[in-house]
Ligand binder design. Structure first.
Ligand code: FE2
Length: 218
């Protein structure tokens, strides 16, 4: 008979709940797409001048376009792509098939070397994303923070020298890569490291298009 208090023969199981999903898309035709988009974006910066200030730091060389690029015909190839991604996400998550994740705002950010984006969320939408148009080496990772503040507050010690399973991470970082699209819940805090590229001029600039989507229709 097993000793009282011995759990070696007890059943034991665990499951993760409240997951935070981040989608990663690699656009297969990104070279042609980005050649096209970069021209549109620089034309817009030329026209627009100093842009607006949101998470970017204008004084450090961060330019932020207006928020309605999706309403311009020039950006239709990317807007269409984002809507297709929205459909995939809706199917994947089992959302109402009569409703569609629809772009409500879309903008571009150019971070010159030395500029970054402060941590922020995107209120008023369901899913947000970023598409990398140009990303030199060391252009600044995007970092997401565990939204469960209480989970960050008092972390237990994990086995030294062993990498934690990703379910136990409190930060997730992605290095920008031209052609990559990351789509994340709009409530998920994120920021962008300073662009530390040693390249000069446009070669050193980190260029992205970002967007918000909400479920519409039905
Ligand atoms: Fe953002």
């Amino acid at each position: 008979m097993a000793q009282l208090g011995d759990m070696s023969k007890d059943s034991f199981s665990g499951a993760f709940y409240f997951p935070t999903m981040v989608f990663n898309i690699s656009c297969s035709d990104h070279i042609a797409l980005n050649d096209y988009l970069i021209k549109c974006i620089y034309t817009e910066r030329e026209r627009d001048g100093k842009g607006i200030e949101r998470s970017n730091f204008r004084k450090l060389g961060g330019w932020h376009s207006h928020n309605n690029l999706h309403k311009e015909q020039a950006y239709k190839p990317l807007t269409d792509r984002v809507h297709q991604a929205g459909r995939r996400i809706s199917q994947y998550l089992g959302y109402h098939s009569g409703k569609h994740l629809t772009v409500g705002t879309m903008w571009s950010i150019i971070n010159a070397p030395g500029s970054s984006n402060k941590a922020h969320i995107h209120p008023g939408s369901h899913w947000s994303g970023v598409y990398y148009v140009h990303a030199p080496q060391n252009a600044g990772d995007i970092e997401f923070t565990d939204p469960r503040t209480s989970h960050i507050m008092d972390q237990p010690d994990f086995e030294p020298g062993k990498q934690r399973s990703k379910e136990n991470w409190t930060k997730v970082r992605f290095t920008p890569k031209a052609g990559k699209m990351i789509i994340f819940p709009s409530w998920l805090y994120h920021g962008v490291d300073p662009n530390m590229s040693d390249k000069t001029g446009k070669d050193g600039e980190r260029v992205i298009i970002s967007f918000n989507m909400s479920q519409k229709g039905g």
